[in-house]
Design a protein around this ligand. Structure first.
Ligand SMILES: Nc1ncnc2c1ncn2[C@@H]1O[C@H](COP(=O)(O)OP(=O)(O)OP(=O)(O)O)[C@@H](O)[C@H]1O
Length: 320
C-alpha cells in the first residue's frame, strides 16, 4: 500500500528568487493528487524537493520518518527507493528495447533472476497496455507508448509513491484521456500514493482525489478536488477556464492593479471522476478518500461541500 508524505513549512529560493514559501500539505496514502500551477511556479522544483534532490532552506518532507530535506544522505537515498518516477519523455535508453529498458532498474538494484525479471516486466507492461511490444525500440513507438513504457519502468521496483511530471506533455486529448485511465488503473491495482504535476485541466478535473495549485510563491489551496474546482479565487478560476482574463499574464504574473480589475468568477462544471476499468478490483484509495472527506466535510467551504454531497452521498462504486 502507498504511504503518506507530510510536507510542512517548505520554502525554496534560488538566490534572491523565492520559488514558493511555507508550503504545507499531506499527500494521503494511496490517493491520487494533482499539483496544478502556471508555468514557472515551481511544480518540478516541488517534485524534486519531495525526492530530496533539491534541498529547500526551510521545512520538512517526511516519508515514513525520514526527512528528505535534512536527513542524512544514507537515509534519504534509502527513502528514495520508495518512489517511482515517470518523466515527461519517458527517459528511456534509445538503444535498448522496451523489455530491457523496463528491466533496467531490476538488474541495477536487485538480485532477481532472469525468470523473475521476465515475469515482473511482462506483468508491468500488461498493466500499462504494452503487451507484445517488448522488442520495440523507443524510436519505433509513439509518444504515448513511450510514456507508458516510462510508467512501467517506474513501477517495476514496486514503489509506494509514484511521481509523474507532466505525463500529458505532447499528447493529443484522446491519448491524454487514455493515459489518465491507465494512471487510475495503476493506482487501483497497486494502491500506491500518486502525485501528478500538470497544466492539463482535463486530467485535473477527472483523475485525482485531491488537487493543489501553486501560484505567486504560495500553495493557493490543497484538498479534495471539489475544493479547487469550486474555488472563487481569481487565479484558480482563470486557470480552470484557460481564460486570458485574470491575474495570470504573459509575464509569469501580472501586477496587483491587474488583479484588482479581475472580473467575477464563473462556475466550473465538475465532471464525474474516472472509475477503474471493468474487471479491476476496488480502488481502496477512493474508499479511504471518501471516508476522510466525509469526516472533514464541515471544515470545507459551502461550495465544495455542496459539490461533494451532490456527487458523493454513497461510497464510490468501483467499476464504470
Ligand atoms: N537548479 C536551479 N537553479 C536555479 N533556478 C532554478 C533551478 N531549477 C528551477 N529553477 C527556477 O525555478 C523556477 C520554477 O521552475 P520549475 O521548473 O519548477 O517550474 P514549473 O512550475 O515546473 O514550470 P513548467 O510548468 O513550465 O514546467 C523557474 O524560474 C526556474 O528557472
Amino acid at each position: 500500500m502507498g504511504i503518506d508524505i507530510h510536507v510542512a513549512g517548505l520554502t525554496k529560493s534560488f538566490g534572491p528568487q523565492v520559488i514558493w514559501q511555507d508550503v504545507s500539505l499531506t499527500l494521503p496514502a494511496g490517493e491520487i493528487s494533482v499539483m496544478l500551477g502556471p508555468s514557472g511556479t515551481g511544480k518540478t522544483v516541488f517534485l524534486k524537493s519531495l525526492l530530496g534532490l533539491i534541498k529547500p532552506e526551510q521545512g520538512r518532507v517526511l516519508v515514513e520518518g525520514t526527512d528528505m530535506v535534512a536527513g542524512s544522505d544514507r537515509k534519504v537515498f534509502r527513502a528514495r527507493r520508495k518512489f517511482g518516477l515517470m518523466f515527461q519523455d519517458g527517459a528511456l535508453f534509445g538503444s535498448m528495447n522496451l523489455f530491457d529498458n523496463i528491466a533496467f532498474p531490476l538488474r541495477q538494484h536487485t538480485r532477481a533472476t532472469e525468470a523473475e525479471i521476465r515475469r515482473k516486466v511482462l506483468e508491468r507492461m500488461a498493466m500499462v497496455g504494452l503487451d507484445g511490444e517488448e522488442a520495440k525500440l523507443p524510436g519505433q513507438i509513439s509518444g504515448g507508448m513511450r510514456k507508458r513504457a516510462g510508467l512501467a519502468r517506474a513501477l517495476v521496483l514496486d514503489p509506494q509513491i509514484i511521481l509523474c511530471d507532466e505525463p500529458d506533455s505532447g499528447l493529443d486529448p484522446v491519448r491524454t484521456a487514455l493515459l489518465s485511465q491507465v494512471l487510475l488503473d495503476v493506482n487501483t491495482v497497486t494502491d500506491c500514493t500518486m502525485l501528478i504535476v500538470t497544466h492539463n485541466i482535463e486530467i485535473a478535473a477527472t483523475l485525482p482525489d485531491n488537487i493543489g495549485m501553486l501560484y505567486r510563491r504560495d500553495l493557493v489551496a490543497f484538498g479534495p478536488r471539489e475544493l479547487l474546482l469550486t474555488s472563487d479565487q481569481p487565479a484558480v478560476a482563470q486557470f480552470l477556464h484557460g481564460s486570458t482574463l485574470g491575474p495570470i499574464g504573459m509575464a509569469e504574473e501580472k501586477d496587483d492593479a491587474e488583479l484588482a480589475r479581475t472580473p467575477g468568477t464563473r462556475t466550473f462544471d465538475i465532471p464525474d471522476q474516472l472509475r477503474p476499468s471493468p474487471g479491476l478490483p476496488d480502488r481502496q484509495g477512493a474508499h479511504r478518500h471518501h471516508a476522510r472527506v466525509m469526516a472533514e466535510l464541515h471544515r470545507l467551504p459551502a461550495s465544495a461541500r455542496n459539490a461533494i454531497t451532490a456527487k458523493l452521498t454513497d461510497p464510490p462504486s468501483q467499476t464504470s
